[in-house]
Design a protein around this ligand. Structure first.
Ligand code: NAD
Length: 284
């Protein structure tokens, strides 16, 4: 399948559909990521905390696809007790980065994200961001970004940063479309990436309005939701370990949601998150 890509604010391109591996155990990540790459995915989203960077890396090595055709993202995990300031903080970031890269078996990463802003710790993420900027300047990562940042977190970051984050990866799906955050991103050249783009496969995929649109187009509800992400200019990283679904989730070309469909999808928004609110999330 033909997957559209979008240019990040530094010119690096990212496929608009990628494969997420949260909650996939390391051993299972090998066949899942291999199936995804064989199906045509070229972007993989993992994280230090998922504990499957090694399995993901093995699948990448085994897949036999040229490195420069793949886009690999991982994320720096929270650490509540750690002081990220000064030289010591910077060294911790660099060590975590080295650890992730070694597990992935790569010598350069495509995208590195701060996993959570943890605003209860003030401007700690600014210290982390300076180390990210260094990794970027050193060419060890092609783009740097953030995850779960809210407008006030981004405002604080933008005031101090030399490098504007390429992307913010946040919970986003038809129930929780994040209109305000997306408008802020658009103003500042930050790409929007959706996590849990299918609403974690729960009620959203049985939502009557979405089921009707799926029937109208002869597609699955998951395909309609992913099509909505693409037409909204959002990057989406659906997860599945089921080969038929892995393929289905990539097969979203060849139909177009019309204005009536888009209005019906907009009407299901509840503004309820499924995942944690970043304002209070400090798990580590
Ligand atoms: P998702 O919205 O991608 O839903 C995945 C679930 O939906 C699957 O486990 C399966 O049960 C179901 N599903 C998948 N394809 C389907 C299909 N075609 N038909 C029916 N059901 C289907 O949820 P997710 O895994 O939470 O999010 C995707 C990725 O986003 C994660 O794997 C991870 O990479 C990333 N993520 C990041 C953060 C973060 O804090 N940055 C948080 C959560 C997830």
């Amino acid at each position: 399948p033909q997957i559209p890509s979008v240019a990040l604010n530094n010119g690096v391109r990212i496929p608009q559909l990628g494969f997420g591996v949260w909650q996939v155990p390391d051993a299972e990540a090998v066949p899942a990521v291999r199936t995804a790459i064989e199906a045509g995915y070229r972007s993989i989203d993992t994280a230090e905390i998922y504990e499957n960077e090694a399995g993901t890396g093995r699948a990448i090595a085994e897949a036999g696809v040229a490195r420069d055709e793949l886009f690999v993202t991982t994320k720096l995990w929270n650490s509540g007790t750690v002081d990220w300031s000064g030289e010591q903080g910077r060294d911790r970031v660099l060590r975590a980065f080295d650890g992730s890269l070694a597990k992935l078996g790569l010598d350069q990463l495509d995208l590195y994200l701060i996993h959570w802003p943890r605003p209860m710790h003030g401007s700690t993420f600014l210290n982390i961001w300076r180390a990210f900027e260094q990794l970027h300047a050193d060419g060890r990562v092609r783009a740097i970004g953030v995850s779960n940042f809210r407008v006030p977190d981004l405002e604080l970051l933008l005031k101090e940063a030399s490098v504007v984050p390429a992307l913010n990866q946040v919970e986003l799906h038809p129930y929780f479309p994040q209109a305000e955050l997306r408008a802020f991103h658009a103003q500042h050249g930050i790409a929007t990436e959706a996590w849990s783009p299918l609403g974690q496969g729960g009620d959203l995929l049985a939502e009557p309005a979405l089921v009707r649109i799926a029937e109208k187009h002869g597609r699955s509800t998951a395909q309609v939701v992913l099509r909505w992400h693409l037409q909204s200019g959002v990057i989406a990283i659906p997860k599945s370990v089921t080969p038929s679904r892995i393929r289905e989730n990539l097969d979203v070309a060849g139909f177009e949601l019309d204005a009536e469909d888009l209005a019906a999808i907009a009407a299901v928004a509840t503004d309820q998150r499924i995942g944690p609110d970043p304002a209070g999330f400090d798990w580590n």
